[in-house]
Structure formats: C-alpha cells, structure tokens
Design a protein around this ligand. Structure first.
Ligand code: NAD
Length: 335
C-alpha cells in the first residue's frame, strides 16, 4: 500500500512529538508517504498566513492529515485554526478514545475503555449569533442543532460500535431542559438507534453522565453527544485515565480526516525533549484504523502499552527520566 498523508508539524512541542511519531511509523513499514505542510505560528512566520492555501490543498488532495498542536495567536482572524479546519472540511465527528494505561498517574489505572463521539459542527460551541448589548449587561448566543447533523453523528457512533465490536452506545443530552436543541438530538438518536438492534442503546442526562463517569466509568462503551457537552466530557474522560499526554483525537468528515493529540503546544516544555509523544502516537493509531489497517493500529497500541508496563524511557510527565525520542525508540523497538 502507498498512501500519502499530510503532516503538520505544528508549534511548540509539535515538531518534537511529530518527529518521534514518524520515527515509530517508519519502523512499521506501512508504505506511508509524508507531504509536509505548515499551519499555525510557524506558517505565519514562513508564509504570512496561519492556514496557507497550500496546506488546505494538501489535506483536500490526500484526505488524511496527521497534525501536531498549533498556536492561534490572539487577534489573527480565526478564533482557532483547529475550529477553522473543522469548518473547512466539515469534519463532523470528533472521536476521542479514553483507555486505562499501566503506570500512569490516573484515577483509573484499569477498567476504562470508552470512546466519546462528539458532534463537531453545530450547537453552542461554534459561537453562532454571539452578541453583547451596548451596555454590556446582556450576552446572547444562538444554538443550532439540525436533524441532519444529529443523524449523521449518531449513525457514526453506531457504525463505529459495529465496526469495532463495541456493544453499547450512550446518548448524552439535556433534553429535559433544552427541549428544542437537545430534544431534537435525542429524538433523532432514538430513531437511528432502532436501525441497530444489535447494539444496546441507553440515554443519560449530561450532568448525571459526569457523575457516573467519575464514579463508574466502566459502564460506558461509546458516548455520543452534542458539541459542547462532548468537549467537556471528553476532557473529563482524558482526566480519568492519565491526562493529556495520553489523549488522542480524530476529526472525521466525509472527504477528509485529521488525527491529532488533544493537548496543546505546551510552550512551558517546548524544545526540551520532555514532551510525551503518546497522545500523537495514539492519534496515529486511530489514523491506521481509519486507513483500514486495524492490525497495525493494534500493534502500535500494544507496543505503547508494553513500553509503559516496562517503564522503559518514559518521559518526565509519566515519572520517567527518558526523553521524547528515547521513549519513541523504546516503543518502536517493541513493534
Ligand atoms: P497544553 O496542553 O499545551 O499544556 C497544558 C499542560 O500540559 C502544560 O503544563 C504542558 O507542559 C503539559 N503537556 C501538554 N502536552 C504534553 C505532552 N505531550 N507531554 C508532557 N506534558 C504535556 O495547554 P495550554 O497551555 O492551555 O495551551 C498552550 C497552547 O496550545 C495555546 O496556544 C493553545 O491555544 C494551544 N492549543 C492547541 C491545541 C491544538 O492545536 N489541538 C489544543 C489545545 C491548546
């Protein structure tokens, strides 16, 4: 197989974790070709734009991008380059796995293995119709939820369950209060669920979901929800299993998909070789699943777990004395 992917090395710790990730991918003989493209602060400095046309063209052509975190400078046109990318490519599904890993400083070192599927293009989060009255006393925001948007994200969650052998989808909402928006989402989800009798479906109100996640996370398998709830819940889930250094995310659309680490550019440790590459590596594993290479994805995840178990070359955030590249080399050696 030869597949070209767009690679965005990003800002801050971005280049370090990307080099480490590509080192591991190269060791797997996947036949991947890399087309490097710039975005973020580095693109602004080199090309005078945060998101150059050449980068958009590369993603459109290759349909797959692996992306390090980016800095969006304040007052540079976009509220966030990541949100802009989601809009440009209609990346409607934000898919964030949270899994317990050994030897991490987490609340649940065992038993958590869930995926949050967050609607990525609608709802309160996209900031439509924001205004502040002249006297500064009243702020408004429009929340739009559509049947089409709800249907495609819920369908994505059920299809993901089928594809990955997962058994249950939990629809998370606040339809008791947000009767129009969350109500439409829930009604649509119930209709879609009838098409998947092989997958158990339950419903849960978002506030209760947060409590249940903290107390009994093992009851969840796949969670599907609207944009803002998904944003909060997926970070909560990352916190349950060891934090940002181990949290990957995929942004999936019909014509393109972008795989990334959930964390930011970590300016406090940039350039010091201290960054944990696991989140981006786990994002790369999601990419391999998406490319139809699930055995390779499993191999990569198993090598990460084995390295964590052996406490071999772990980065300082995991209590080790290794560095970004030595950690990656230890992982590559186990593949
Ligand atoms: P951050 O995730 O960059 O850092 C939070 C803390 O976690 C820091 O102490 C950092 O050192 C640590 N950390 C993060 N990733 C780590 C890793 N891989 N290994 C070890 N430690 C790690 O969040 P922030 O400080 O709020 O944001 C910094 C910048 O990143 C901002 O400019 C923000 O806009 C940007 N950002 C980008 C993305 C993205 O592109 N996907 C996401 C979030 C934040």
């Amino acid at each position: 197989m030869t597949q070209t992917i767009t690679v965005i090395r990003g800002d801050g710790i971005g280049p370090e974790i990307m080099d480490a990730t590509l080192h591991v991918l190269d060791s797997m003989n996947l036949g991947l070709q890399y087309e490097f493209a710039d975005a973020g602060l580095v693109a602004l400095e080199k090309h005078g734009e945060l998101l150059p046309q050449a980068t958009l063209d590369s993603i459109r052509k290759n349909r797959i991008a692996l992306k390090s975190p980016l800095t969006t400078p304040v007052g540079e046109g976009f509220s966030s380059i990541n949100v802009e990318l989601r809009k440009r490519f209609d990346l409607y599904a934000n898919v964030r796995p949270a899994k317990s890993f050994p030897n991490t400083k987490s609340r649940f070192a065992d038993g958590v293995d869930l995926i949050t599927v967050r609607e990525n293009t609608e709802g309160a989060y996209i900031g439509e119709g924001q205004s502040l009255s002249e006297d500064g006393e009243t702020a408004l925001l429009t929340q739009k939820v559509t049947r089409r948007g709800s249907e495609r994200i819920v369908r994505y969650a059920f299809e993901l369950a089928r594809r990955t052998g997962r058994k249950k989808v939990t629809v998370v909402h606040k339809a008791n209060i947000l009767k129009s928006t969350s109500g439409l989402f829930l009604k649509t989800a119930r209709a879609v669920a009838t098409e998947y009798p092989d997958i158990e479906c339950n419903e849960m109100i978002v506030d209760n979901t947060c409590m249940q996640l903290v107390m009994r996370p093992e009851q969840f398998d796949i969670i599907v929800t609207t944009n803002l709830f998904g944003d909060i819940i997926s970070d909560l889930c990352a916190g349950l299993v060891g934090g940002l250094g181990l949290a990957p995310g995929a942004n999936i659309g019909t014509d393109a998909a972008i795989f990334e680490a959930v964390h930011g550019t970590a300016p406090d440790i940039a350039g010091q070789g201290k960054a944990n590459p696991c989140a981006l590596l786990l994002g790369a594993a999601q990419m391999l699943d998406h490319l139809g290479l699930p055995e390779k994805a499993t191999k990569l995840r198993e090598a990460i777990i084995a390295t964590l178990e052996a406490k071999d070359s772990l980065t300082p955030d995991l209590g080790g004395t290794g560095n970004t590249l030595s950690f990656a080399k230890a992982i590559a050696s186990r593949i």
